[in-house]
Design a protein around this ligand. Sequence first.
Ligand code: GLU
Length: 327
Amino acid sequence: MRKVTYLVAALCLGLLLGATATTQAQAKTAFATIGTGGITGVYYPTGGAIARMVNDKRDVYGIRATVESTGGSVFNVNAVVSGDLEFGVVQSDRQYQAVKGLAEWEGKPQEKLRAVFSLHPETVTLVAAEDSGVKDIADLKGKTVNIGNPGSGQLQNSIDALTAAGLNYETDIKAEQVKAAEAPGLLQDGRIDAFFYTVGHPNGAMKEATAGARKVRFASITGPGLDTLIKEKPYYAKAFVPMSNYESAVNTEDVATFGVKATFVTSSDVPDEVVYAVTKEVFDNLEEFKKLHPAFAVLTKESMLEGLSAPLHPGAEKYFKEVGLLK
Ligand code: GLU
């Protein structure tokens, strides 16, 4: 009987302590929303992976991270800078343009934008129906092509690539501007001939595009104009679309194109301890993080400090100095 009383008393005490701890944690909870992209891209699972690392330590940091599907890089930069989102996944070229006041931010450098770290490589990927005869970007003349939704990273990449290939996107092709998540369906339904998507591999959109009845080919993005573009723009580099991921595609060999990197950004208004915690959890547990998506296989701690143009957020900087990744 006495034992039972002790047990009950211990249980009550436990509940009481637990309740107090919960109240304290709730009082301190910081909410961190991560802007990503369409759910068939790689940003969405990337945001999910980062949120998972941080939420696993909720009792330590009191941070509750959530993920939002968005229109992509340009949307994310604007939402982070305006304070609607705490974090965003953003193409390295878009980070550069936002900081320098170029492209969508012409004459308006985004002074609050801060870099946290970089992530997986992304290739400017051109997917075409085999029956359209498109094997290289130059073959797009006269075709109906999705170049990307406003707010996406890929919209400017498609325009740059088309221009470099000598095609005017307003007059030489019939350009659509729908979200990448809708493009595979439109391609399979015969409503477009091809689409561009700047994205890591493998991804759901390209699995979907190549899995249908209409045969699909990854088209190359090459030529002298493209060589000049890559030479002129500091944020573009030659790259290949790896075909090992897409067995149903017509191609058997990797496809030449150019690419950028996905990066993780925040705003100078986000507290140091929040950015520190996010950085620490991803870096301290990088091997576990890398298992959350095959596109992360190539990541190393050192490479994740490359491709950033915005000033580093002080919370990230503190962590990198602590572990000797920065002097
Ligand atoms: N790079 C694309 C963009 O910035 C998103 C790719 C993805 O969601 O994986 O809009």
